[in-house]
Design a protein around this ligand. Structure first.
Ligand code: SAH
Length: 254
């Protein structure tokens, strides 16, 4: 058969045009937990940056869970950082959130969320609320999220951001997350976003049977440990190397 260059180019364009709507539909969720969406959520802004973040930083690096990809597309990351950083909100890096703390790189947020295997009816605990971004992702995935932040100013700001965005299934408290939040235990998943030197026993105790604890462990060099609690044993798996801020204890004054 004799295809000219023009006919091959035409065929290629048709395939692209046919594929585009499917691609767009793939990462557009239809059931966000954001209440009264489109009023203050700022969803329209940075939409193409967010789509590129999901495709190139997250899906291409191996995150497959469509619910996690949809949540990463849904949550307006730029709303969680201060003005000078908004233009970098969707770049492939951690960002400062004040008080010498950082919001994790988008891929790490997605990786931890996927690894925790969060179902729609799950109750989740997060340690290290920071600006509230990871909590919002968890809020999209789970039924109820409890999050603890040790720096009162950060906890208050995260509460305000999450309320402005309309999340009604996320509760933030100020305190030392090392102790967990016994009142609402057991949790189907626990995600820790500050690194302790060893896994806090209260968090293992507060994990439900078949639940997963995803936590960076170490000092300067850390690895994400995925701990699974079964009926009769605890399984720990060392996964990827990471750099998180250290987990602080309440005796430290700010
Ligand atoms: N998940 C956050 C990023 C966390 S940065 C986000 O999406 O923005 C780590 C956070 O853990 C910091 O805000 C830090 O203050 C907090 N932290 C450190 N030690 C803690 C502790 N013992 N209990 C609760 N929060 C702690």
């Amino acid at each position: 058969m004799d295809f000219s260059l023009t006919s091959i180019a035409l065929l290629y364009c048709c395939v692209l045009i046919l594929c585009l709507p499917a691609f767009a539909a793939e990462i557009t969720p239809n059931s966000s937990k954001i209440q009264g969406q489109n009023s203050n959520s700022g969803m329209g802004q940075f939409e193409s940056e967010r789509r590129q973040m999901v495709e190139y930083q997250i899906r291409h690096r191996g995150i497959k869970d469509e619910r996690v990809l949809a949540a990463m597309y849904q949550v307006p990351r730029h709303q969680f950082v201060d003005s000078p950083w908004k233009d970098f909100a969707y770049s492939d890096r951690p960002l400062p959130i004040g008080h010498q703390q950082t919001i994790s790189q988008p891929y790490i947020v997605a990786y931890m969320s996927e690894t925790a295997e969060i179902s729609t009816d799950a109750k989740v605990l997060e340690i290290g609320t920071g600006c509230g971004y990871q909590a919002a992702i968890l809020g999209e995935l789970a039924k109820q999220v409890y999050s603890i932040e040790i720096i009162p100013e950060l906890a208050e700001r995260a509460r305000q951001t999450l309320a402005q965005l309309g999340y009604e299934n996320i509760e933030v408290k100020t305190g030392d997350g090392y102790q967990g939040w016994a009142e609402h235990a057991p949790y189907d998943a626990i995600i820790v976003t500050a690194a302790p030197e060893k896994i806090p026993q209260p968090l293992i105790d507060q994990l439900a049977t078949n639940g997963k604890l995803v936590i960076p462990v170490g000092t300067w060099y850390q690895d994400i440990i995925v701990l699974t609690k079964t009926e009769d044993r605890i399984i720990k798996e060392k996964t990827i190397p990471v750099r998180f801020v250290p987990m602080r204890r309440k005796l430290l004054q700010w």
